[in-house]
Ligand binder design. Sequence first.
Ligand SMILES: Cc1ncc(COP(=O)(O)O)c(C=O)c1O
Length: 480
Amino acid sequence: MQQFDNTMIADASADAWRERDLAVLWHPCTQMREHVTGSMAADGRHDYTLPLLPVERGEGEWLIGRDGRRYLDAISSWWTNLFGHAEPRIAAAIARQAGTLEHVILAGVSHAPAVELAEKLLAIAPREANRAPLAKVFYADNGSAGVEVALKMAFHWFRNRGVEGRTKFIALDNGYHGETLGALAVGDIPLYRRVYAPLLAQALFAPSPDAYLCEPGETPADRAQRAADALDELLQRHADEVCALILEPRVQCAGGMRMHDPLYLKRARELCDAHGVFLIADEIAVGFGRTGTLFASEQSGVQPDLMCVSKGLTGGALPLAAVLATQAIYDGFLDDSREKAFLHSHSYTGNPLACAAALASLAIFEQDDVIARNRTTAARMAELAAPFADHRHVADVRQAGMIVAFELTQRGDRRTPFDPTARIGLRAYRAALQRGVLLRPLGDTLYWMPPYCVGEDALQLLADTTRAAIDHAVEEAACD
Ligand SMILES: Cc1ncc(COP(=O)(O)O)c(C=O)c1O
């Protein structure tokens, strides 16, 4: 068996840096043991070493490593980056703001970046003709915190009306909404959830409309209908215990970039209305153009009651989240009693630097006609992805706008997943990094989610590297 060597992707100075890092840092979402060269699976058969990439700076779609090499950021740094790293217009807006007002408490205080951003977000939010628009913005400082805000608002709104029994949320199988305990309670990814299950609030889970799970002969729209029928049944049995349905419109990202027909959200909206339950759209990963429209909910013609955004909100430059709510939800908290107020806060709520970055990012959408330009880029991604459908280990190639995903299985069909202990995704990650591409597969799902500025050369490199990484991963696993 060939052992993976961390130094294979870098020179000696990067290696010294790695040692310095590992002496003090605990990295997110990482089994830290795997960063030690020669990290072996329990059975001693598989090498699980996870290379640590020391990065010095970013430039457009590229990360420049301490080894001087360029790495394509094919996953937009956890889906945050929209227009490339160190985007000059966003950097300038942050610098300008830093020289004026870097931060101030938002309780009892107002400032221009927070107000202007709220006005802008409400103006571009999804809109249904016969529904009162989203009317108020509440800020938080990361996606999970934004989800907590939306969940608490939905629950508290019913409480304020004297309804005590609506203590549950409905979420979707295979959904993901973040890592804090409230967000984790409405998530359904066992790897993140299982260990904390005893701590989590109760949620009810409805079948996912995931098109990858279509039965033979079933279309994605059929699958969406079937999942919506199951949601209807769940609501019929439990609506009086439920305050909200939370879901990721169009793509369950952390769940493996699983995509569904927009019909599902449309039906979910109707069902929430029929059962008097709020609809929370978690647009944290799919918002700001990722799936082809500014917000994924638009593809279903749906306006949620609460909408969470984060990640791309600042173009990927600074942490910020916003929850957009209807006037009716806001009004439900107006009272003489402070207990009926929404007393949720974070110290950095509405941070002026982050709001300034977000305003600059939203301006770029207009200046560069981003949504139209992305259509051309997405079409090119589709061309480059199409040949993978014939690859012997690719069971599915799917796309929603600027997201493309490849499902890897042993025989290229949906019934023969790889043995998870073979860690095909990890091996593909290492192989891609050695070739200058930062892919970060979700299990055995490889995906492309590059910054929107990605150029033709980078896309070609991405396609070539993806193919090489798949082949390398499978061959390497077979040799173990
Ligand atoms: C759909 C969705 N919701 C919420 C979150 C949590 O956001 P954060 O990582 O900023 O807490 C994520 C993060 O990946 C996400 O994809």
